[in-house]
Design a protein around this ligand. Structure first.
Ligand code: SIN
Length: 543
């Protein structure tokens, strides 16, 4: 990877730069500000453009005095471990889930309004893989929108500066490799330098690596690429979760497709095919409420076997639910806009890319292996999700780890662990391999989605080989395309090596789970910028 030297740039300083305005980023920014840090939040889009606002189901949490009879934090931990298919970090799972009730309480004290019953206790629903009704929600199925609203309002009210329409290009580092700032580009490609001893990546996921996704346009894996370039490592990148029920709007759907929350199944809807036959019957003891990887894979298998041409979607029959319009207003509106009346019509649905279970290797306190670089939320791999995330554990992770990361940064600053921004090496615009986005999405969807094999993964590699060109990353689009290219390369390297099926990673040529593979794979960059698998020492270098 070569570099381009910059002309004059503008500069700004803070104690902490947070990249991203989703739940993890804003939670961290608010907590850091509360603890006395000068915080700057930067986003490549506008404040409310992130993935958080599209989250529907809710926040999985076992609240004291407000839970199903017999439900416990321990049971939530156990469900998370089962969903994670043997690859969760048990200590991380216990830490994050145990912090859940306090995190939800903190969010409510910032003004988030969850749906409540007449007696003031919170309503709870159930989703795939949960053994109890423990998912609290807002606006029926608009939980993410309410969380985002409350956090953004608190950010604005608290006068935390928000720099919109600036894409993070690269970390600025000292000669010893500590991160001490960020190189950004504005919408016109004008570079700027944000100096800070701590940079927290909260950039979300990479659903745009596929043709159809529940994720918005901003989900292009930027934080993963930036972290790898800064010397951090990633893990579990082969586990991209496909949501089983994204609204099917016709062949060749592209970009963000409306989600049909699992909570619809939690409240009685069932998956059927064009003949009305149940999709999940006999597949798993929890049937339609099996963990998400099981349901998505079962739908994919069912579609492949189905005769008669209806081979790219199934149906979610929610006609037994009498309150769709009020209980699930977002889903209802999306259905009506697509010409479907869920009261009488089964809803056409298909799996679509939804969540990156892996990411930048980070502790539950957000620390990566690189001094000054932190990660929280979907971009981070804390070990909570393993090979498959449990439904509604993502907002929870953002809330808990955002708070913990802010507190860790305050500690690291206080003990003098972090670098002085003035010691940063002069930034340069990186040059990186960039593939055509449309082509990348097509080959990833065809060969690296649910159901992969060695041959198909090799095809992806070859297509990327011939279609990738080195480009100076001097626009947001190029930064995004380079990130998608790097993420796809990392994914196919890890997916090709993992010769088993586990969680979201389904290999048609290795359909069984193998005990020998009960380990995470670590990805790092070579000095020339290629993602490669590193020795299987997961926490190497992580503070
Ligand atoms: C859903 O509501 O089905 C999605 C929630 C999640 O991804 O956890």
């Amino acid at each position: 990877m070569t570099e381009t030297v910059l002309g004059p740039v503008w500069e700004a300083r803070a104690d902490l730069i947070v990249v991203g305005t989703g739940v993890a980023g804003l939670t961290a920014a608010l907590r850091a500000r509360e603890l006395g840090l000068r915080v700057l939040v930067v986003t490549k889009a506008s404040g409310d453009d992130g993935n958080t606002r599209y989250a529907q189901g809710g926040v999985a949490v076992v609240l004291p005095q407000e839970h199903d009879p017999g439900d416990t934090v321990q049971a939530h931990i156990a469900d998370t471990l089962v969903a994670g298919a043997g690859l969760c970090d048990e200590a991380a799972v216990a830490a994050i889930i145990s912090d859940g009730p306090e995190a939800v309480q903190r969010l409510r004290s910032l003004g988030a309004m969850f749906d409540a019953k007449g007696d003031g206790t919170l309503e709870r629903t159930r989703e795939g893989g949960h053994s109890a009704f423990r998912v609290v929600h807002a606006g029926g199925d608009a939980t993410g929108a309410e969380v985002e609203r409350a956090l953004l309002k608190a950010t604005v009210d608290g006068r935390v500066p928000l720099l919109e329409n600036h894409v993070a290009v690269d970390a600025i580092r000292t000669p010893l490799g500590a991160v001490c700032g960020l190189l950004v580009l504005d919408g016109n490609g004008v570079p700027g330098v944000l100096g800070a001893p701590a940079v927290l990546l909260a950039t979300g996921g990479l659903g745009q690596m596929y043709q159809a996704t529940s994720n918005p346009a901003v989900a292009t894996g930027d934080g993963l690429a930036l972290a790898l370039r800064a010397g951090a490592v990633a893990a579990d990148v082969e586990f991209v979760q496909f949501h089983p029920t994204v609204l099917y709007t016709g062949r060749g759907a592209r970009g963000r497709c409306p989600l049909v929350t699992e909570a619809v199944r939690g409240e009685g809807a069932i998956l059927v095919d064009a003949t009305g036959a149940r999709v999940m019957q006999g597949v798993h003891p929890l049937e339609d409420l099996a963990p998400r990887d099981v349901v998505a894979a079962a739908i994919t298998r069912h579609m492949a076997l189905e005769p008669g041409g209806v081979d790219d979607h199934v149906f979610l029959d929610a006609t037994s639910l009498h309150d769709m319009a009020t209980r699930f207003p977002t889903v209802y509106a999306a259905c009506v806009a697509a010409g479907v009346n869920p009261a009488v019509d089964p809803i056409p649905v298909a799996p679509a890319a939804h969540f990156a279970c892996g990411g930048v290797v980070s502790t539950v306190d957000g620390r990566t292996g690189v001094t000054g670089l932190y990660a929280a939320g979907e971009v981070a791999r804390t070990g909570l999700h393993g090979a498959n995330r449990l439904a509604s554990n993502s907002l929870l992770e953002g809330l808990v780890c955002g708070t913990r990361a802010a507190e860790a940064i305050v500690t690291d600053l206080a003990v003098g662990l972090l670098a002085e921004p003035r010691n940063g090496v002069d930034p340069v615009l990186p040059v990186a391999p960039v593939a055509d986005r449309d082509l990348l999405q097509r080959v990833m969807s065809r060969y690296a989605a649910i159901g992969r094999d060695a041959e198909g993964l090799a095809v992806v590699g070859s297509v990327l080989d011939v279609s990738t060109v080195d480009r100076v990353l001097d626009t947001r689009e190029l930064v995004e395309d380079a990130a998608l290219t790097m993420a796809a390369r990392a994914l196919i390297a890890a997916a090709a090596e993992r010769t088993e099926s586990r969680g979201c990673h389904v290999r048609t040529d290795f359909p069984e789970r193998s005990d020998a593979w009960r380990r995470s794979q670590v990805v790092r960059l070579t000095p020339t910028g290629q993602p490669v698998l590193a020795d299987p020492v997961l926490t190497e270098g992580v503070a």
